[in-house]
Design a binder for this molecule. Sequence first.
Ligand SMILES: NC(=O)c1ccc[n+]([C@@H]2O[C@H](COP(=O)([O-])OP(=O)(O)OC[C@H]3O[C@@H](n4cnc5c(N)ncnc54)[C@H](O)[C@@H]3O)[C@@H](O)[C@H]2O)c1
Length: 345
Amino acid sequence: MSSVHGFSSTAAVALITGAGSGIGRAAAIQFADAGCNIVAADINKVAAEETCSLIKDVECLAVCCDITQPDQVAAMVAATKDKFGRLDYAFNNAGISGTAAPVHAMPLEEFDRVLSVNLRGHFIAMQAQIPLMLATSPSPAIVLTSSICGHQAHAGMAGYCASKFGVRGLVKAAAVEYGPRGLRVNSVSPGAIATPLLLDFLASGGGDTVKQLTEEGATLDDPAGCSAATAAPTQAGPQGGAATGPSGSGSGKSSSSSLDVGSLNLADAPASAEASAALSSTSTAAAADESSKEEGKLKVPLRRVGHPEEIASCVVWLCMHGHYVTGTDVLVDGGSTCRVMTSSD
Ligand SMILES: NC(=O)c1ccc[n+]([C@@H]2O[C@H](COP(=O)([O-])OP(=O)(O)OC[C@H]3O[C@@H](n4cnc5c(N)ncnc54)[C@H](O)[C@@H]3O)[C@@H](O)[C@H]2O)c1
């Protein structure tokens, strides 16, 4: 293998977690379009393999990995080293929404589950990735996925908000530690993006709970979201969707078909995890856009939900072009976090 300044001159390698669906899949495709070889990792092996089947002209390694399990994460990085001999970019993106409930009614195990994937899992992934990146890449970069919930409060989403605020702290600490070695670490914060994660959350009734808590507040005798929170914790679904929700398997429509979570209104989002996963990002975004316009309540300044590809392009830029950018977060949210309060707020 030839080398430049001690590093391999083969194509750069991008590793993406949660690559079997939504934003992660879009990122895998865009890194491949930029000439990178790909490691597509997901807890859902079939979904990761599907992502690889969409990638042409470069190599793609599908890896089954639960990012909450350090041994699986170590094996993922070892497989990357064995296959490609280097790791340049890591997009730690796998995440779950969790179920919506007020703080006092949220089971501790549900809080722990969300933190375990969305924050601790990213930490575990970075621990395994950094040594290989420093040893094999001339210009390494890591991007983690935060959220608008890492910038703003969202009622009923304490665990999710805590995990996403935590991601931004993790990014800043790592950026300071590894900047002197040339490793950049940033995060991206999506707004409402039409993916199975969002659609399954809505279909499970999570949006209704958030809306109720936002408008009425939590009460101790009849806590909003209690029924949701006491249902069995949801798991990553067979299609890679995160939450099939408190109503069981996401087999029915939400009791109310609209959600207004401060900046977002999606009405009539596809109900089941299967239906959500079967839809392409383009068609789901179009459906969400259409129904939002019908209600006329969409408060995103750009007046639409986002596409996974619009997050992916930011991630690719941060890794491959933002050479003086580290320790920061980029909001890709259609302006939803800077909206002006109105008389109806
Ligand atoms: N969709 C949105 O509106 C939105 C908004 C803000 C932030 N985000 C964040 O974007 C990221 C990607 O979400 P998405 O919308 O593409 O969701 P998605 O459900 O389409 O994809 C998430 C992927 O992560 C995988 N996954 C879940 N748990 C895992 C684990 N323990 N180990 C490995 N893989 C696991 C799933 O199988 C799935 O393929 C998440 O971190 C999410 O919190 C999404």
